[in-house]
Design a protein around this ligand. Sequence first.
Ligand SMILES: Cc1cc2nc3c(=O)[nH]c(=O)nc-3n(C[C@H](O)[C@H](O)[C@H](O)COP(=O)(O)OP(=O)(O)OC[C@H]3O[C@@H](n4cnc5c(N)ncnc54)[C@H](O)[C@@H]3O)c2cc1C
Length: 540
Amino acid sequence: MDATYDAIILGAGHNGLILQAYLGKAGLKTVAVERNAVAGGGLSTLEDPRHPGFLHNVHAFFQRAITTMPWYADLELERHGARYIEPELNVVLLTSDGRPLQWWTDIERTIASFAEFSRRDAETLQRWHEEFVPIVQNILVPEGRSPPLPPHERRRLLERSSAGRRLLEVSALSPLEFVHQEFENPVIKAGLLFFNGLREVDLRVRGFGHHIAALLASPAKAQMSRGGSAALARALEAAVRDSGGEIRLSTEPARVIVEHGRAAGIETTSGETIRARQLVASSLNPHQTFLDLLDDSLVPRVLREQVEAFQYNLLAPLFALNLVLREPPRYAAADRRPELAQAFMVILGLDHVDQFHDIVRHHEAGTMPPTVMWGACPTLFDPSQAPPGGHTAFMWEKLPYRLHGGPANWDQAREQHGRDMLALWQRHAPNLSDAVIDSFTRSPLDTERSLPNMREGDLLVGAFTNGQIGFDRPFFGAGNYRAHIPGLYLCGSSSHPGGNITGLPGYNAAQVVLADLGIETAWMPPPIAQRLAALPEEPL
Ligand SMILES: Cc1cc2nc3c(=O)[nH]c(=O)nc-3n(C[C@H](O)[C@H](O)[C@H](O)COP(=O)(O)OP(=O)(O)OC[C@H]3O[C@@H](n4cnc5c(N)ncnc54)[C@H](O)[C@@H]3O)c2cc1C
């Protein structure tokens, strides 16, 4: 007999699970269909098969401000076991000569660190921090947590308030222009752009200048999940089950069934039919949702062209070196600066802002740039991720998906590249020459193999570029989470506000789906248009 639910969710990554839990809480009977043998997608923690008890977070690790996310509270994730750690020395850029540029959870300490490189830049940081805190709080954060407005309406509303006008003015720049205009020190410029590059915005493109200012003002710091990133996935699964939801693992959809013009269910690759009374929501990428899972006759030509033109990030793919250690990396620079022994994210190989042009050029050519890498030693902060006395650590580097013309070349190149990364790491942390018990690498091709929605290894599942953000993500006018077929929705990172562990595509999709079903809920935030319209015309 066919199984019937109110809602079917395709893909049980964190966005799919968040949507599912909200729908379940609203009384819908739900099922998620996941191709992998575990749920969580990018929230993945693997036990080392050669070293029992050593855990590796092979995808997302640094998670920004998770504990402040509305879904974290609404879904009672701490009751379901989630716990977060936010190290105070949040990020350190260690230059080749061992000077540390430090980002602390306390802005005053960050300003003091900037002053060691440039007093003027420290003052600039303070000024932008003060000016942008209200813009982040009153505009950018609520916008990320809401279905996006059409661009002309957004602009009209923003132009009514002084904060909105300032945001539009700063946005008109590219991140590169913003940094060159405002800051003088090459290390500080490099650090700011690198942080912004973590969001993978093309630093040369106008329209994103506010990203740096927002970064300077944002209270959202990097956090890590106690027990490994997968612990958040386990808490989300528990929230789903608590709401009556089911998760079908190792199950792949073959097609979305459309009847009488509505999404009515799916057929799986094993031939099973699962029916949906109300909706099917896809957390997969546009190629999978529209081209792989819908019959050709259901995809109008214009839509097909939009999907085919959907771009994945050139600069997003990551290469990872993962270590099993008998002691944590001990940075030589910590002899003079003992606080570095407790640094969370460490950036190595970055000394000058001009390296960015080089990195972009290498990505375009499919060649290896000089290594700039960043990573952490999770067990310094959470000993539960290794047996007593043991440690794990990793470094990531942005490297091209199409290496020397094609991704298949990664399988030969990976081991040597891992050794090259380790050599750079050892120059900063000499004890690594004796401390490494074992290591393994993962390439951009491995990312795509384990999570095919991350096409071309793009862990953000779609470029952040004009024409693919906000109301136009994944494409022109499609940013309201509704696909062209009634009852078919989008809820993954290809939708606003995009990839990374934010849960916001799933959270925003829940708002749209429940509104369409006429279901009222207490957690729903006020409409974004109302919030922007209420901003004061003059500065506060
Ligand atoms: C190496 C690496 C490091 C990263 N580091 C960070 C970080 O530090 N911080 C951060 O915030 N983000 C990081 N990310 C990005 C983050 O993991 C993703 O942006 C995020 O997981 C996207 O969430 P999602 O729910 O939209 O998709 P996913 O997490 O990818 O979930 C989608 C789910 O759909 C499933 N699926 C795919 N195809 C099918 C199919 N055909 N049928 C059924 N199911 C399918 C997948 O198996 C997966 O479970 C990293 C990613 C990688 C690869």
